[in-house]
Design a protein around this ligand. Structure first.
Ligand code: FAD
Length: 514
């Protein structure tokens, strides 16, 4: 009866479900412990970090616990055309956590449901909520236990569920794999509304399918994350290259070395060979006091240059000369431009929260909230030189108004059983064009250039995948998943029969088959 009330509320909208004031009765009608927000209170769910799309949800559900989510999904499944989307912290770019006229489940309201340290056969794990922010997981784990997860994203105001639905990559992934390689158990509410615990041995299809599963098989309510002892300090270093082949040679050398024989973090970025404050020389130094001396750049330096960014972990008790020696031993193997090196020492937590400081500055300058037409790609090592020649050296040689990241990852650190689509080669590169539209080209120009880059990759037959994918047609999704398509569709049919991948439909909305 109570669900029938919700049913009527939406049916009356005739056709597409539309926001309706009566929907506030949802919480009562399905006995939620949490709350249901409507009208202006859903504004947060009508946009995301990308700032490119805007939709109006029917309601924003703030669940108290997993059984609230289960009830909402079960109720939604009885309503024709009703869609449901989990929202982590809304830091997607292309509306992945939105639904037009549907129900958005705000996972942030579940943050405090789980936080438990486990010691399993001498190894430490933390059970955390799908709606927890990684920055809170970090600070709580380090301050309470002296332990920390092993694999991160660059920016930590993202939820556990939001990054596990994609992959979660940063400069530690070459060693430990992405975040999805560092969880051993999940609790999910499936698209059928079942609350299910899964792992490598328990319901493995759901476990692996939902890691990188774009929120399509279920909503992650708890994750068991591997921990390791947290270092006290980090030496964070940047070195500059004029030649792309030397940059990639050194980056690949570092990510291919055994544990203990390399840096603890390896990333890189492309920057313009000019004084542009965002993409040029000033974007490189870690220590602003010493600045960047362009006089040192060899004549061979072209329109863009390359910066390798590495980090070395150590403890307060380590003698400074031991740290210096270990770092110097690694750096001496690299071919960067002598004199173009900068470094700082900072605490491990400060290092991991480095983008938060950039966020605070950008917010103060009014830049953070600008639109972000970002493009994230995984590109095979075999195609990265072509990509540099055409994209970095020509298409974006004048900068994009934000960072242009490029760093290698190792496929063997990823589990083929997850849903993430990757290039075929063992070494592939993450390329991220992180545009802030208040600077540089307009939104339209940026979106058009992103499209041009992707179309060029397709035309040239590059072995690449979109990271954080967003497509509208079934054909595009099929091409994205490639050989994994059938497996993904079968998993979807098992765990979320409500959802389909149909032309013109956003994969992220749960929609009836009928
Ligand atoms: P949302 O945007 O809210 O949701 C993303 C997707 O996950 C949606 O499809 C949503 O339905 C689904 N989802 C959300 N919660 C759950 C859940 N509990 N269970 C199942 N599905 C769920 N990514 C990297 O890998 N590495 C980086 O270094 C990195 N840096 C970033 C820096 C910034 C400033 C930003 C804005 C993004 C960055 N990202 C990075 C991308 C980021 O990881 C993804 O966009 C991520 O999805 C955002 O997390 P969120 O919590 O905001 O998720």
């Amino acid at each position: 009866m109570r669900i029938a009330y919700l049913d009527r509320t939406v049916h009356e909208t005739d056709g597409e479900p539309k926001p309706n004031g009566d929907v506030s009765a949802i919480s009562k009608s399905i006995d939620l412990q949490g709350s249901v927000e409507t009208g202006d209170k859903t504004t947060i769910a009508s946009k995301d970090f990308g700032g490119l799309y805007s939709t109006k949800p029917l309601a924003l559900i703030k669940p108290a616990r997993s059984d609230d989510i289960s009830r909402v999904i079960k109720a939604a499944s009885r309503i024709p055309r009703m869609t449901v989307a989990a929202r982590g912290n809304g830091h997607s770019i292309n509306g992945q956590a939105m639904t037009n006229g549907g129900l958005v489940i705000d996972m942030r309201s579940t943050e405090e449901n789980h936080f438990r340290l486990l010691n399993i056969n001498g190894s430490f794990f933390i059970d955390v909520s799908g709606g927890a922010l990684w920055e809170n997981v970090l600070t709580r784990c380090v301050s309470r236990f002296g332990l920390a997860p092993r694999s991160w994203t660059d920016y930590l105001s993202l939820t556990v569920g939001g990054t596990l639905a994609n992959a979660g990559v940063s400069g530690q992934a070459f060693r430990y794999g992405p975040q999805i390689s560092n969880v051993t158990e999940l609790e999910l509410v499936t698209g059928k509304g079942d609350i299910t615990v899964c792992s490598e041995t328990r319901n493995p299809e759901l476990f692996f399918g939902s890691l990188g599963g774009l929120g399509q098989l279920g909503i992650i309510t708890r994750a068991r994350v591997k921990l390791q002892p947290a270092p006290d300090m980090v030496r964070w270093i940047r070195v500059v290259y004029t030649e792309f082949d030397e940059f990639t040679r050194d980056a690949e050398f570092l990510v291919s070395r055994d544990d203990g024989e390399s840096f603890d973090y390896v990333e890189g970025f492309v920057f313009c060979n000019n004084d542009d404050p965002v993409n040029g020389w000033p974007s490189v130094p870690l220590d602003p006091v010493h600045g960047f001396n362009p006089g040192i750049i060899p004549q061979t330096g072209a329109s863009v240059l390359y910066c390798l960014e590495v980090a070395f972990h150590y403890q307060n008790g380590d003698h400074p000369s031991t740290v210096d020696k270990a770092v110097a031993g690694l750096l001496k193997r690299l071919r960067f431009v002598e004199g173009l090196k900068s470094q700082v020492d900072l605490s491990y937590v400060e290092f991991l929260l480095r983008v938060k400081r950039a966020e605070e500055q950008a917010k103060a300058n009014g830049i953070w909230d600008a639109p972000h037409p970002w493009l994230n790609l995984f590109i095979s090592r075999s195609n990265i030189v072509d990509f540099d020649q055409t994209v970095f050296k020509k298409m974006v040689k004048d900068g994009i108004g934000g960072p242009m990241l490029i760093y290698p990852l190792m496929r063997s650190k990823w589990d083929n059983r997850t849903s993430v689509a990757l290039p075929d080669s063992e070494i592939f590169y993450l390329v991220a064009l992180l545009r802030f539209v208040s600077r540089g080209p307009s939104v339209e120009e940026s979106v058009a250039q992103n499209r041009e880059i992707v179309e060029w990759c397709i035309k040239e037959g590059l072995d690449f995948k979109l990271y954080l994918p967003h497509y509208q047609s079934k054909e595009e999704w099929q091409r994205h998943f490639g050989d994994q398509w059938t497996r993904f569709v079968e998993r979807k049919a098992s765990f979320d029969p409500m959802a389909i991948l149909a032309p013109g439909q956003n994969i992220f909305e749960r929609t009836h088959l009928s």
